[in-house]
Design a protein around this ligand. Sequence first.
Ligand code: URA
Length: 206
Amino acid sequence: MQVTVVDHPLIKQKITKMRAEHTSSRDFRECLDEIAMLMTYEVARNLPLQEVEVATPVAKTTGYKVAGDIFVVPILRAGLGLLTGVLKMIPDARVGFIGLYRDEETLKPIEYYCKLPDNKDGVTIVVDPMLATGGSAAAAISMLKARGLKNIRFMCLVAAPEGVKVMNDEHPDVPVYTAALDEKLNEHGYIVPGLGDAGDRIFGTH
Ligand code: URA
């Protein structure tokens, strides 16, 4: 499986602001939105293109448009924080949603919501800011594959080596794009150094 750390200077600076514990939700969301835009540049790098004819004021020439459909699927709820930035870069993308919670007894991820586009033929970008244990990302991707989505890429903000390993074991065909690859998980399942609970920080909850 391919892991790409999109470590651009602007991304590094913005993620540093997001890590800082006293950064407001407003600034946190703004940085996440901007990082999502910058990362989409890399995630979309090898999208298939089709040639189109375009008439400039001077002459006709050949241009390009992205061939086929692009689907963006945020994993609820923190994945919503990356959605707007991706859509600013790929405004014609179709959006699906998947929601999972963890069963407290079995610790298995259970799907509680799924709404996907009818057509499944295209490239799918699954987004969730934190790849921690990898449990929900791997489960969400298995559910999306079972419903027919193909050509899946996973985009996150911060990844732990544990989550990368799970993705590599369970979905070696899914490339992972992250803005940072952190050190480890702690005993509570938080990424270290990480940035805390991404959902709470995006939405101002505790
Ligand atoms: N989810 C989060 O929001 N933060 C972590 O550190 C781990 C999982």
